[in-house]
Design a protein around this ligand. Structure first.
Ligand SMILES: Nc1nc2c(ncn2[C@@H]2O[C@H](COP(=O)(O)OP(=O)(O)O)[C@@H](O)[C@H]2O)c(=O)[nH]1
Ligand SMILES: Nc1ncnc2c1ncn2[C@@H]1O[C@H](COP(=O)(O)OP(=O)(O)O)[C@@H](O)[C@H]1O
Length: 400
């Protein structure tokens, strides 16, 4: 709870309409949902940083919520549209990959977090166009061949898949690069970041801390790629119970003898580490096979055969175009635009003034098939140009 920013009181007493900019020159919008008014926009310090405050109208009090997720970069203005459990934010004059955001106010993730923290929570999630496929979680005991299979997939389909680079407190192996294979980090730093809510999941594995940051998954989604996570069974369980929808695959060795041989032949671990990994392998295989976490179990006996099966279950069997199903599309919303909503369709009226005449473009944003969301990106946005008016309707053009 906190004090009301004084200059807003007048604006609030006038009951601004949902999504309307408050007339104080600071690019704020107010959206009322039940008893709560979400005031979103330019901070009072003139930086135009996008902040969120909630005015509880029944109590007449301001609430400063816990804000999860990476917030949008500062903006010259935005439109706000309420959609059931989240507020759609369309940033004015922003770059094409930074225009559409969602402030989740009552999604499953937000409700979970509110229960856990006992505070008011809202969460930012950036919108990405198209329908990038669900992330893929791959688990299995050390030495089974997860890394080898993932490398093969990334090499054959470089523009389709992106690897979620985990954080770990273990030391790098000879060929491993910081930021590529892992973000190698100090335990105290990682523990602080976990406390700050920066991780989607984390676990202690073979005596070290490993974790997937929200950012690691967001970076891949922002590139329009399908995210691959190489994480242990505990991590897979955490992701399974989170709101991140994914396909879960467990990789099994043909035998414990073969697993030991692969681990020893790899030559990256000390004898003590090998024995620890083998001891943990039996329990991991047991959990992988018996729990309800995994959708598919793959036996990695013959590598080529296993890789073919992996491709098949990811829908990559036969002839596949090596392009992402969802590429980022160009869409530039000018500073001057207005927004209206008809069911699940958002109509954006863009006005641009040329040298001689003013032209208007109508763009339809379909939000009927949103997927994902915080923590991570919101997928499934679909754009369509539905008309251009300079001297009459010119035509229809599909952008996605
Ligand atoms: N929970 C979790 N496990 C991870 C993460 N990154 C890697 N792991 C798992 O940690 C274990 C050890 O990984 P690593 O040290 O690279 O050894 P390797 O499996 O023998 O190659 C493997 O089971 C990985 O799947 C992560 O971000 N979260
Ligand atoms: N099907 C297979 N047959 C034989 N060796 C394999 C097979 N799959 C992987 N390997 C080898 O086993 C070792 C461990 O594989 P790796 O991908 O590092 O496992 P993980 O990432 O699961 O720890 C590597 O040396 C790799 O070349």
């Amino acid at each position: 709870m906190g004090e009301a920013p004084a200059f807003l009181v007048d604006d609030l007493q006038n009951e601004p309409l949902n999504g309307f900019e408050l007339k104080n020159g600071t690019c704020k919008t107010a959206t009322t949902i039940g008893n709560k008014m979400y005031v979103i926009g330019g901070a009072d310090d003139g930086t135009l940083s996008i902040e969120v405050q909630i005015f509880d109208r029944s109590l007449g009090e301001w609430i400063h919520p816990t804000v999860h997720g990476t917030k949008p970069l500062s903006s010259k203005g935005h439109s706000a549209v309420f959609l059931n459990d989240r507020i759609l934010i369309l940033k004015k004059g922003a770059k094409s990959d930074d225009q559409i955001w969602f402030l989740e106010v009552d999604t499953q993730y937000v409700r979970q977090q509110q229960k856990q923290l006992g505070t008011e929570v809202v969460a930012w999630s950036k919108g990405v166009t198209g329908n990038a496929e669900k992330p893929v979680v791959i688990s299995g005991p050390s030495g089974v061949g997860k890394g080898t299979l993932i490398s093969m997939l990334m090499k054959e389909f470089p523009s389709m898949f992106g690897f979620s680079v985990s954080h770990t407190t273990r030391a790098p192996r000879g060929m491993e690069k910081d930021g590529v294979h892992y973000h190698f980090t100090e335990k105290s730093v990682m523990e602080k970041e976990i406390k700050d809510g920066k991780f989607l999941e984390f676990a202690s594995v073979h005596g070290n801390l490993y974790g997937t940051s929200v950012e690691a998954v967001e970076v891949v989604a922002d590139a329009g790629k399908r995210c691959i996570l190489d994480i242990d069974v505990q991590g897979a369980r955490s992701v399974r119970s989170s709101s991140l929808e994914a396909v879960f695959i467990f990789v099994c060795p043909p035998s414990m003898e073969e697993l030991e041989k692969r681990l020893r032949d790899r030559g990256t671990e000390t004898e003590e580490q090998i024995l620890k990994r083998l001891r943990n392998a039996a329990a991991e295989i047991e959990q992988g096979k018996s729990s309800n976490i995994f959708d598919f179990i793959l036996y990695n006996d013959n590598l080529e055969e296993c890789y073919e099966k992996l491709k098949k279950l990811l829908g990559l069997g036969g002839c596949v175009a090596a392009t992402p199903k969802s590429a980022l599309r160009e869409l530039n919303l000018p500073l001057d635009h207005s927004v209206s909503k008809i069911d699940d369709k958002i109509i954006i009226n863009c006005i641009s003034s040329g040298l001689e005449k003013e032209s208007k473009n109508l763009i339809m944003l379909d939000v009927s098939a949103l997927k994902g969301g915080a923590p991570g990106r919101t997928r499934g946005l679909d754009f369509q140009a539905i008309g251009s008016f300079s001297d009459g309707l010119i035509g229809m053009e599909r952008l996605s």
